[in-house]
Design a binder for this molecule. Structure first.
Ligand SMILES: Cc1cc2nc3c(=O)[nH]c(=O)nc-3n(C[C@H](O)[C@H](O)[C@H](O)COP(=O)(O)OP(=O)(O)OC[C@H]3O[C@@H](n4cnc5c(N)ncnc54)[C@H](O)[C@@H]3O)c2cc1C
Length: 523
């Protein structure tokens, strides 16, 4: 049986980050990816001849700066087609509001002087709050009851970063940290377009509405991310999200890692109470001193390892991870530039959102609690081919839209309902871009059921497990495996299902690699 120091199960972006760091530390590393292409939920797909789009993740706003710098991703080809994107809160009457990237200034008709004045200060305050979370993203989450100085130090660092806010900010931070984003926005602003757009940011990728407790925390978590050195900024990688993964794969290979695609791991093999390798779906076996799974934690531990190796409490906690996706993805190939009512073409390289008010977003969320999709969903839409013509043939364009809410467990069943939902979403977009239907040459809706089968995201979940306060930090994915190591010696976790969660961030892969080196040592 061929053998490596480390096998990484899954060539999504976290698996590749982990592979690169471990290979750099001198381990012989083999990445095994089940799919024929790398990237997982961060890949570029072709939806019509010559028309390409980011399959799941489409906006880069969280890739950890240390990953970008350490792995020299720009040297390995990572380029940006758009940086510091504006957000346009679309209005069906054409009275759009624009939140400028960078300086975060507001523009558009009908914005009150009060809102204009409060917004920059409000955003800056949230950025300071989000800043307190940053140190914890790039490290193993501390255990609460631990004799180890390392854990106490990490907790102290977290406390210190809150303390550093100063008295007034710290008080405000503690007041708002667990409240819902709707309450805070209602206190501060009048403009429904602005409140809707910010509320959308707080709930993207989650099973939450803006009035769900903890939705402000989700927003802060998002704002803790950065793109091209700017906190809270949004960027588009040139070539789609697959370009990030390609750069990571090249970085890992340059460090000496081997990457094998079309290699589906079926079983993690154990001998003498320690992992000894994996068996592939083909029946081939590969040996390893340690295994790091970049696949979903539940699939890894209950599927590939098997509950017989785990205690019953841990098995129960793993079964109970909330992992019901609520987002779908719509891709449209267009035969020209879409026209949005009263929107200057200059804004089409930004992010367009359909979320015209907090109540609208909350109403969109409500049906999903009962297993129905939103008749009027919220949408985050980009036309990446505007800034990146490589994605579509000359004169043609592609739309990439995240659509919520679309519950994984749909009462009507996605086989039945997918087409009707797709038509509803296109109808909704047509309220803002009236001629878009005539321009569509191909359409693809990826429901949460498709995300599970085509992208191996259990429950179709964006984060491999709901990213909510009870499933974060030292509770992610569940206590007992939250520090990347598992009770099975030699087996580690590193997907978005582990701390600090999903988004194309790479931090789980980076932190897990450090933990493997700490516990297993260098060869
Ligand atoms: C609709 C949607 C929109 C999103 N939008 C954004 C966005 O705009 N910005 C953003 O930052 N994030 C976004 N995300 C989230 C982001 O895509 C994910 O959180 C992130 O890509 C997860 O990365 P990962 O490497 O942890 O896991 P994955 O990308 O899921 O990688 C896991 C890999 O493991 C492989 N695998 C699984 N089982 C096996 C096995 N048995 N053997 C071998 N290989 C296996 C899989 O094929 C996959 O390649 C979005 C997600 C979705 C679903």
């Amino acid at each position: 049986m061929a053998s490596s120091n480390a096998i990484i199960i899954g060539g999504g972006h976290n698996g590749l980050v982990c592979a690169a760091y471990l290979a750099r530390a001198g381990l012989s590393v083999t990445v095994l990816e089940a799919d024929h292409e790398l990237g997982g939920a961060a890949k570029t797909i072709e939806i019509a001849p010559g028309t390409k789009v980011s399959g799941c993740a489409h906006i880069l706003n969280q890739l950890h700066p240390k990953v970008v710098a350490d792995l020299q991703l720009e040297e390995f080809g990572l380029e940006y087609a758009a940086a510091d994107m504006d957000t346009v809160a679309l209005d069906s009457d054409g009275k759009h509001l624009v939140i400028k990237g960078g300086d975060a200034e507001l523009s558009g008709d009908g914005i009150t002087t009060g809102d204009r004045e409060v917004w920059p200060e409000f955003r800056a305050r949230l950025m300071r709050f989000a800043d307190t979370l940053k140190p914890i993203l790039g490290q193993t989450p501390p255990r609460l009851k631990s004799p180890e100085g390392r854990d106490s130090l990490a907790l102290a660092k977290l406390g210190w970063s809150v303390r550093k806010l100063g008295r007034d900010d710290m008080r405000e931070f503690l007041r708002v940290i667990l409240i819902n984003v709707a309450d805070l926005l209602e206190d501060e602003f009048e403009d429904d377009r602005l409140k809707g757009a910010v509320a959308l940011d707080a709930v993207l990728g989650t099973h939450q509405g803006p009035r769900s407790p903890g939705s402000l925390f989700s927003l802060l978590y998002r704002y803790a991310g950065e793109a091209l050195g700017q906190q809270g900024a949004l960027a588009l990688p040139k070539g789609g999200m697959g370009a990030v993964t390609q750069a990571l794969a090249q970085a890992a290979e340059a460090e000496g890692a081997s990457i094998v695609t079309g290699a589906m791991v079926e079983k993690i093999l154990v001998e003498d109470d320690r992992v000894k390798g994996v068996r592939l779906a083909t029946g081939d076996e590969l040996g390893a001193d340690c295994i790091v799974s970049a696949a979903n934690p539940r699939t890894t531990l209950l599927g590939m390892l098997g509950p017989e190796h785990l205690d019953t409490g841990l098995v129960r906690r793993l079964r109970n991870i909330r992992m019901q996706g609520n987002a779908a993805k719509l891709h449209l190939a267009l035969d020209g530039v879409p026209e949005f009512k009263n929107l200057d073409r200059l804004h089409l390289d930004g992010r367009l959102v359909i979320a015209p008010g907090i109540d609208y977003v909350e109403r969109a969320f409500n049906p999903s609690k009962y297993g129905h999709y939103s008749p009027e969903p919220v949408i985050e839409l980009t036309i990446p081919s505007i800034a990146d013509p490589s994605l579509a043939p000359a004169g043609k364009h592609v739309v990439s839209a995240v659509v919520q809410y679309a519950p994984f467990e749909l009462k009507a069943g996605w086989d039945e309902a997918s087409k009707a939902f797709q038509e509803k979403v296109i109808d909704l977009i047509a309220q803002y871009a009236p001629h878009i239907r005539e321009q569509i040459t191909a359409a693809q809706l990826l429901t949460p059921a498709d995300l599970e089968t085509k992208f191996r995201l259990p429950g179709g979940h964006w984060h491999h497990g709901e990213l909510a306060i009870d499933q974060m930090l030292m509770l992610r994915p569940v206590p007992g495996v939250a520090q990347y190591a598992t009770p099975m010696p030699g087996l580690y976790l590193c997907s978005a299902g582990s701390h600090p969660g999903g988004g194309v961030m790479g931090a789980a892969g980076m932190n897990a690699a450090a933990r493997v080196i700490e516990l297993e040592g260098r060869p």
